[in-house]
Design a protein around this ligand. Structure first.
Ligand SMILES: *[C@@H]1O[C@H](CO)[C@@H](O)[C@H](O)[C@H]1NC(C)=O
Ligand SMILES: *[C@@H]1O[C@H](CO)[C@@H](O)[C@H](O)[C@H]1NC(C)=O
Ligand SMILES: *[C@@H]1O[C@H](CO)[C@@H](O)[C@H](O)[C@H]1NC(C)=O
Ligand SMILES: *[C@@H]1O[C@H](CO)[C@@H](O)[C@H](O)[C@H]1NC(C)=O
Ligand SMILES: *[C@@H]1O[C@H](CO)[C@@H](O)[C@H](O)[C@H]1NC(C)=O
Length: 503
């Protein structure tokens, strides 16, 4: 009898363990080197890094108490940033390739010299019995036979690197950042790396870093390989109104139908905050707002295991928008913008948003149907205000199709409703963090890409899950939402035209 009971209990445990797992991300207020461009000794670099690692240690213990199985720390969280190629040298360790050898830095500390950070992270994972991902600089000598053209002039590579440890402390993955964001201390790896690691509780996780999330390689390449869970250390500088951390990271998770474990730094001067645990079904996030103390934040959530879906999951249809309230029934409808209804024929104007020239139209009437086009790319909005004081807040619908060229180059098709910063049309597209107006809306456009990332950002930097998303054949994407919990800052369909990036 006892045996049977135990058996049932154990099977039950196994089953529930296979459905979900407990993940954590830590938003870290990184302690910086005040003079990062001045070289320091290895000893000084270690003294600095141990201060950040002491905080990691406390958080790992806290996470373990809450049953966390995988814990993610942010990009640059141990060493900081703004180093030169030479001033970072005291901070670097040479990280062996886990695909070539098996090494547990905690239990085999003497295998390599100069690996204090790796050892401490490995022991942290082991002591707390959890998977742990952190970011650190890696120095790799060029192989002897490397063609001189691929090896940096000083004879070695320096990489912005994620390391992953299993719950025994074994180094299980090493990923070198592909898309650097003006990081003069680092090299782009000579070959694209698509790196994953396996866990007993949730299967595969893919590794990416910060700016990578905007590009096909490695991020979308991993998703196309069937990786449904991405670990994402970042040092994300928020850029409103379209690329705030929580807004875009959540949008990516929804648009690609994957889980993203996003761990950001907290640094008010550089506008870094906003971390989250995003799944296709849920979002647990933190975003500091003006006046909040500048401090770290541990987020913990129980999330579903995402198994592999069929190939091209990204292009499959999401749940359809209610046909009844859908104002665009026919397939070709989105390609032929309806003429503006009488009394609401506002003229379009060009405004700069995110450094790109958007075509805008103001959203003035109590309700209506609006269309704005940038070339052949048209954005449609069917809306009804549920709270709006016209004398207090101005809104616009914007469209942009083209290549973004400021701080990186990437091709876009974007449709967005934004709250303008002031009451002048010229203020539309500027940064806004607060809003009181609310609308129920259906927003749609026909994209020439399958990769469209939807977001709804509301008052004081919170995100909402759109009520309904529809992705139809032919590139039509619709997002329907009502009953906003806070004033609308931005509603956006952010289409990435990866195929045009290299043109
Ligand atoms: C440090 O780096 C950030 C991010 O790249 C940059 O915005 C900032 O201007 C830099 N600060 C200094 C003092 O170089
Ligand atoms: C580490 O450094 C010491 C002192 O320089 C040296 O004797 C030892 O061989 C080195 N160990 C390894 C594994 O490289
Ligand atoms: C998204 O993922 C969920 C869970 O894995 C799956 O049920 C759903 O069909 C996927 N949706 C799309 C559009 O692929
Ligand atoms: C918007 O378009 C839909 C569908 O064509 C129509 O039912 C609705 O009355 C229109 N709303 C306004 C305010 O024109
Ligand atoms: C709108 O939200 C409120 C509270 O947020 C809720 O009570 C109400 O049922 C919602 N209405 C609809 C139509 O979803």
């Amino acid at each position: 009898m006892l045996v049977v009971f135990l058996l049932v209990f154990c099977l039950g445990e196994t089953e529930s363990a296979a459905d979900s797992y407990v993940a954590a991300v830590y938003e870290h207020r990184v302690i910086l080197n005040p003079n990062p461009r001045v070289p320091v000794s290895r000893r000084e670099a270690l003294i600095h890094m141990q201060k950040n690692l002491d905080i990691y240690e406390e958080q790992a213990a806290k996470a373990a108490q809450q049953g966390v199985q995988i814990l993610v720390f942010p990009e640059d969280g141990i060493h900081g940033f703004n180093f030169t190629r030479s001033s970072i040298s005291g901070y670097m360790e040479t990280i062996p390739d886990p695909q070539e050898e098996s090494w547990n830095p905690c239990t085999e500390p003497d295998k390599y010299n100069n690996t204090e950070v790796l050892q401490r992270l490995s022991c942290m994972a082991r002591r707390n019995n959890l998977y742990l991902v952190a970011n650190m600089p890696d120095l790799q000598p060029c192989p002897l036979k490397t063609a001189p053209s691929t090896c940096p002039a000083d004879g070695h590579w320096q990489f912005n690197t994620n390391v992953a440890f299993n719950s025994d402390g074994l180094l299980v993955a090493r990923y070198h950042k592909q898309n650097l964001f003006f990081e003069e201390s680092f090299d782009t790896p000579p070959k694209l790396e698509l790196i994953t690691f396996d866990t007993p509780f949730a299967g595969k996780f893919g590794l990416i870093i910060c700016f990578d999330i905007l590009f096909h390689d490695p991020t979308v390449a991993l998703v196309k390989m069937g990786v449904r869970q991405l670990v994402f250390p970042t040092a994300w500088m928020n850029e409103l109104p379209l690329l705030d951390s929580i807004q875009f990271h959540r949008a990516f998770s929804l648009g690609a139908n994957v889980t993203v474990l996003s761990s950001n730094l907290r640094n008010d001067q550089l506008i870094m905050t906003g971390s989250g645990i995003y799944t296709p079904f849920s979002a647990t996030f933190h975003h500091a707002v003006k006046g909040d103390p500048e401090e770290g934040q541990l987020l913990v959530a129980t999330v579903p295991v995402l198994g592999p879906v069929g190939v091209n999951s990204v292009t499959e249809s999401l749940s359809p928008v209610d046909a009844q309230s859908d104002h665009c029934h026919t397939d070709g409808c989105a390609d032929s913008p309806s003429p503006p209804s009488p009394g609401s024929s506002y003229s379009t104007f060009i405004g700069t948003m995110m450094h790109d020239p958007f075509k805008f139209v103001l959203i003035k009437e109590a309700e209506g149907n609006l269309t704005v086009c940038d070339g052949k790319f048209c954005c449609h909005l069917q809306y009804k205000w549920t709270a709006h004081d016209e004398g207090k807040e101005l809104y616009a619908l914007g469209a942009f199709a083209g290549t973004h060229t400021f701080n990186g180059r990437y091709a876009l098709q974007v449709c967005a409703v934004v709250r303008c910063a002031g009451l002048e049309a010229s203020s539309c597209g500027q940064k806004v963090e607060e809003a009181e107006s609310k609308m129920d809306f259906l927003m749609e456009a026909t994209f020439q890409t399958d990769y469209v990332y939807p977001s709804v950002l509301v008052n004081r930097m919170a995100i909402e899950q759109p009520d309904k998303l529809e992705k139809a054949a032919g590139g039509r994407v619709a997002m329907k939402h009502s009953n906003l919990s806070g004033g609308l800052i931005t509603a956006c369909l952010y289409g990435r035209m990866y195929q045009l990036d290299n043109e």
